[in-house]
Design a binder for this molecule. Structure first.
Ligand code: DX5
Ligand code: ZN
Length: 229
């Protein structure tokens, strides 16, 4: 199933609940929460208190993308705040298997994230334990960057491995995904689509709702083309 995980990084934080509601009216089904610490990435965003505040005003699942050093120290806080999914970067996890197990122990769906320079092969041993693999299609840290086409082969490779290994993890893609790039990533096999600017950039909530609806129409058309092959 194709899903839009809208990234609130590009939304108007002063009206966060309203922004989320607009993207949900347009068909978005997952809130993508970009957590940045100013160390792993050169930017700072938000943490568990924002997840907790959103939990009180929406039923949508929250997918927390941790762009932070030492994620183990914060997993419990995000779980308690109400995260349904937590993704950690392969690049910061010295004991990736242990960290994914820790997420699962907190009854949260574990995910692993790879930067553009990190090969899919580094994940093979942990694929059976993840709910999702997130392929970054920009270098993490900022919204509004240009899509890196190298992500397409990585998504296709993951889709092959998923079939070969008999697994059912979701394939998520994040960065520069918009109405003009979404078709190629869906055709490669992505099914959890993160989009920030493409949904929220106008600052107009009626437009945000339309953006989400149109984005999903394009993505679902690409997926149904695959089914018809
Ligand atoms: C980048 C974040 C993304 C970002 C995507 O580090 O992980 O989730 O919000 O933004 P757009 O869709 O604008 O590229
Ligand atoms: Zn993200």
């Amino acid at each position: 199933m194709i899903e839009l995980a809208f990234s609130i990084l590009a939304s108007d934080f002063a009206y966060l609940a309203d922004e989320v509601a607009a993207a949900e009216r347009g068909g978005g089904t997952i809130i993508h929460v970009d957590v940045m610490d100013g160390h792993f990435v050169p930017n700072i965003t938000f943490g568990p208190p924002v997840v907790k505040a959103l939990r009180a005003v929406t039923k949508l699942p929250m997918d927390c993308h941790l762009m932070i050093e030492n994620p183990d120290a914060f997993i419990e806080d995000f779980a308690k705040a109400g995260a349904e999914m937590i993704g950690v970067h392969q690049e910061v996890c010295r004991h990736l298997h242990r960290t994914l197990q820790l997420i699962a122990d907190h009854k949260v769906k574990p995910g692993v994230v790879i930067n553009p320079a990190t090969p899919v092969e580094t994940l093979i041993e942990v694929l059976p334990m993840v709910h999702h693999v997130l392929v970054m299609s920009v270098n993490p840290g900022f919204g509004g960057q240009k899509f890196l086409p190298l992500a397409i082969d990585k998504i296709a490779h993951l889709a092959e491995l998923r079939a070969e290994m008999g697994l059912n993890f979701r394939i998520e893609v994040d960065g520069g995904i918009a109405h003009d790039t979404v078709t190629s990533v869906v055709q490669a096999g992505a099914d959890m689509l993160v989009a920030g600017s493409a949904i929220f950039a106008s600052g107009d909530r009626a437009q945000t709702e339309r953006n989400a609806r149109e984005f999903l129409e394009i993505a679902r058309a690409a997926a149904s083309g695959l089914a018809g092959d």
